[in-house]
Design a protein around this ligand. Structure first.
Ligand code: PBG
Length: 310
């Protein structure tokens, strides 16, 4: 009766990994309970989301290695894995929202989110933004409802917004990964999209320093000024202070990404008998709500929705 916050399945966004091929499910060892699904089997996951009351799924492709190149050109192929998945899901279950990642890491041979400079010391901002714009456009054309730039280049939100308007995709929303930290919690995700072994160096020239919170507020402010409809803080649990500051400061729809390493920690704790999985999941999700999250991207989404629905 006195609870200040409540969990609802509509608070959840379910990230899903896509595998090439047919009729396949590929379990991901570092994310126990999570699999990559082939395009023909993804619609069933979307139906599951709909039946559980989860409003939106987020799609991440595991691009076949032969299609990963220095220039990430497969990102701009309108028939690439993610575009085929978007079309198949929209055909089968149009009422479930589709959020797509705008970044080049599933397509680069070096695992970075952007194009590398000649000396390979960093990613080049502006050439990368030009590609991200085209990537967002083909995702929107395939039927994505929300495009989510996760690359942390400067100026990409404004460039993507203008291009979407110019091409008539006025209804496609932008969720900016506005405050995305260079984190050690992304390891299992990189296994899932096949970029861990490829990644040269780290992402600290474009992702944020875990020491900073003022910078997060400036990043959010810029993304909103450029036309972001909603923002995200990532990772989640270790950054609840950032989430709360962002929500208090701007009052806009603010999402948390409870990332792969956080999922893996809960699963490891449950497997070791250190805690009860269901209770850990619900308590963690409530913490996000208490900190001000509008919603949470979590690999536990279907489990959490089942628990909430009773
Ligand atoms: C890359 C991207 C990452 C995640 C989402 N998009 C990883 C990275 O930046 O290296 C991480 C999500 C997770 O760990 O669950 N554009």
């Amino acid at each position: 009766m006195l609870a200040e916050h409540r969990l609802h399945p509509s608070d959840l966004v379910w990230p899903l990994f896509i595998a090439d091929g047919k009729d396949g499910e590929e379990p991901i060892a570092s994310l126990p309970g999570v699999s990559r699904w082939t395009v023909d089997r993804l619609a069933d996951r979307a139906r599951e989301a709909r039946d559980l009351g989860i409003p939106c799924i987020a799609l991440f492709p595991n691009t076949p290695n032969g299609l990963r190149t220095d220039d990430a050109r497969e990102a701009l192929n309108p028939d690439n894995l993610i575009c085929r998945a978007i079309r198949a899901i929209k055909d089968a279950v149009p009422e479930v929202g589709i959020l797509t990642d705008v970044a080049l890491d599933p397509y680069t041979s070096h695992g970075h989110d952007g194009l590398l400079s000649h000396d390979a010391r960093s990613v080049t901002n502006d050439p990368t933004v030009a590609m991200l714009v085209d990537q967002a456009l083909i995702q929107a054309a395939a039927g994505a409802d929300i495009v989510a730039p996760s690359d942390m280049m400067d100026g990409r939100v404004g460039a993507i917004r203008s291009a979407l308007e110019a091409e008539g995709h006025c209804d496609v929303a932008i969720m900016a990964y506005a405050a995305k930290y260079a984190s050690a919690f992304y390891g299992p995700f990189r296994d899932a999209v096949g970029s861990r072994g490829l990644l040269k160096g780290d992402k600290r020239t474009y992702q944020m320093d875990p020491a900073n919170v003022g910078e997060a507020l400036r990043e959010v402010e810029l993304d909103l000024a450029e036309g972001a409809d909603m923002v995200m803080v990532k990772p989640g649990l270790a950054y609840l202070d950032v989430l709360a500051r962002v929500k208090d400061t701007f009052g806009v729809p603010t999402f948390a990404y409870s990332v792969s390493g956080e999922y893996a920690m809960i699963e490891a704790a449950a497997a070791a008998g250190a805690g009860d999985r269901d209770a850990l999941v619900l308590e963690t999700l409530m913490a996000f709500k208490r900190a001000g999250a509008t919603g949470v991207l979590t690999y536990h989404a279907p489990l959490a929705a089942r628990l909430i629905n009773g």
